[in-house]
Write a protein that binds this ligand. Structure first.
Ligand SMILES: [Zn+2]
Length: 595
């Protein structure tokens, strides 16, 4: 127990120093006599007053630093908010980090008029829309956003009923993780005091003093700091309780608003979402099929059962019966946009290293000047790839409206919305590289996609494909909890051998295969998340309305949050071992267009 308490004490100390370094790195606005720039707008949270001098100082600071979004932090920001700011934001990296979580001190934002218009953010009506706006603006000014302490801005008290909704707006799906921290820490500290009173009290004292160490003498001067230090443990418990019981929501319930639509879609049953089962392999025509998995939608828990068959002749695994076009529309609805669109940003932000690795994969084989990312979504890959290839133009293609937002964010240069085989003839020979990352497995006819890539590429151009690797042994270990199964969206699981054969038959010459390098360290996090979604699905409108479902959602996710964290840590720890053929969950092939 002594050792555990000692470790906790050290952890508190190290954390305090980390938070302190962050708060000390904040910029402070200097007074300015320059007029406010014509292109600068201000979003001010209700109840906050922003004087002329602060506006001038902010405008001058933004101009000098080349900033398009500037969050104004009150000098006397309350201790709790100062701590949250330091925990989430590292001012030394925030600006460069395109996928850093947008955060705001919740008072006022300076925004360039052009960014405000592209992002379509309206003046905030409440703290939740203010927070949502701030998160959105970071994506539209992903490397020109920053914050600064505004000495002339006074902190205002927040409404505890709205805290949970603000937290959800800021952290998206990570909110249970944030709320899991406080009770966990307090329980550990209490246990320490009970089991080993003297050492326990020392660590508890350290917990209180941590605030002093983290905040005093930095750029912030919270007026409530003495009380917050003195009463930290009971205050945090009280604040936590007030937060979790917060029921306030801006506007009508978005789930219930969509219920009539889903009721109508499901009224005739789900039979029409599936085609007839086929008796032969779509790849080789072989008729010796064996069922390999029968599962459910573990991401969103939409109704339906899905079957994957394996061809004994060529090893191809595919969804059988496959979804009809209507079925695809139903199962994709509210996934990449709408109700769940925001959730994906977290997943994307976890794979930033992989984006860079993918962009670098073509080094030595081509000097790209024009690159098309097919299935580009919100443009995350292109945003990172342009740092690797600054002279290259990145276009994106996707079926969903996300690609149009990618263009507005400035992450892709041009957006094409549609089916690749239909758009490709208009792009003939235009690209040096076409990339399809975790895209091909979603398509109904991979062969047609590869043909389309052949059309869009110039002779000698490079096609980069990344897909889940059905040869991974993790598939057997995790069974239906293996995230790459991703039913019902994934239609085909092409083995490396089958994909290369397909590429050769369509006029490509594969020249590089990356197996371990393409591994995505998300498997156990994904399995943990599927498990929690299984125990407590989000109250989506395709489930029958149920109070019990709504009531258990938050507790299960808060209690389960440490499991998610553990999953991610194990993923990262295992990654070096799993980056080996036969274990990695994805592979990458590079192929050159011949003729
Ligand atoms: Zn086959």
């Amino acid at each position: 127990v002594i050792w555990v308490l000692g470790a906790l004490g050290l952890l508190l100390l190290a954390d305090a120093l980390r938070l302190r370094a962050r708060l000390s790195a904040l910029a402070v606005l200097a007074p300015s006599d320059e007029p406010i720039a014509a292109e600068h707008r201000f979003l001010v949270a209700p109840g906050v007053s922003l004087d002329e001098a602060t506006r001038r100082a902010a405008s001058d600071h933004a101009r000098r630093e080349g900033l398009e979004v500037l969050d104004l932090v009150p000098l006397d920001l309350r201790t709790r908010d100062a701590l949250a700011l330091a925990q989430v934001v590292d001012p030394r990296r925030y600006r460069q980090d395109r996928l850093a979580f947008g955060h705001t001190a919740g008072h006022a934002l300076l925004v360039h008029a052009a960014v405000l218009e592209r992002a379509g953010v309206d003046p905030p009506a409440d703290p939740v829309s203010f927070a949502r706006g701030a998160v959105r603006l970071k994506r539209f000014a992903s490397t020109s956003s920053e914050r600064a302490v505004a000495p002339g801005l006074r902190a205002v008290a927040d409404n505890p009923d709205k805290r949970l909704a603000v937290l959800q707006a800021l952290r998206g799906r990570l909110w249970p993780l944030v709320l899991a921290g406080t009770p966990l820490w307090l329980a550990l500290l209490a246990l320490g005091v009970v089991l080993e009173p003297l050492a326990g009290l020392v660590v508890l004292g350290l917990f209180h003093a941590q605030l002093l160490l983290a905040i005093m003498g930095t750029r912030l001067r919270p007026r409530d700091l003495p009380w917050a230090v003195l009463l930290r443990a009971p205050l945090e418990l009280w604040d936590w309780g007030r937060t979790v019981v917060g029921r306030w929501r801006p506007g009508p319930d978005p789930y219930e608003a969509r219920r009539p639509l889903y009721d109508a879609l499901l009224a005739g049953g789900i039979g029409r979402f599936f085609e007839a089962r086929r008796e032969d392999c779509p790849l080789c025509g072989g008729r010796d099929l064996v069922r390999t998995l029968r599962t459910r939608d573990f991401q969103q828990r939409k109704p339906g059962r899905f079957t994957l068959d394996r061809c004994r002749d060529c090893g191809h695994i595919f969804q059988n019966p496959r979804l009809s076009v209507e079925g695809l529309e139903f199962y994709y609805r509210d996934f990449y946009d709408g109700l769940a669109g925001e959730d994906l940003e977290i997943g994307f932000s976890l794979t930033r290293n992989e984006y860079v690795a993918r962009a670098k994969a073509v080094q030595g084989s081509v000097e790209p000047a024009r690159w098309l990312d097919v299935g580009g979504g919100h443009g995350h890959f292109s945003a990172f790839a342009r740092d690797v290839w600054p002279a290259c133009r990145f276009d994106g293609l996707d079926l969903s409206e996300s690609i149009e937002e990618a263009e507005q964010r400035g992450w892709v240069d041009r957006a094409y919305r549609g089916l690749f085989p239909e758009v490709a003839p208009t792009l003939a020979g235009a690209y040096d590289v076409v990339s399809m990352s975790h895209y091909l497995e979603h398509t109904r006819e991979p062969k047609e996609e590869i043909r389309a890539a052949h059309q869009a590429l110039r002779p000698g151009g490079v096609l980069l494909i990344e897909v889940p690797d059905p040869a991974s042994r993790m598939r057997f270990l995790l069974g239906r909890w293996w995230v790459p199964w991703f039913q019902p969206q994934h239609q085909h699981f092409l083995s490396l051998e089958n994909l290369e054969r397909l590429l050769e038959s369509e006029g490509f010459s594969p020249f590089a295969r990356h197996r371990g390098e393409a591994h995505l360290p998300l498997e156990l996090l994904g399995a943990a998340s599927m498990l929690l979604a299984h125990l407590a699905p989000e109250p989506f409108p395709w489930h029958p309305p149920s109070r019990w479902r709504r009531a258990r959602y938050a507790p299960v996710w808060i209690l389960g949050a440490p499991l998610l964290l553990l999953g991610r840590l194990v993923d990262l720890a295992l990654a070096p071992l799993l980056r080996r053929p036969g274990w990695s969950n994805a592979y990458r092939v590079l192929a050159r267009k011949i003729g």
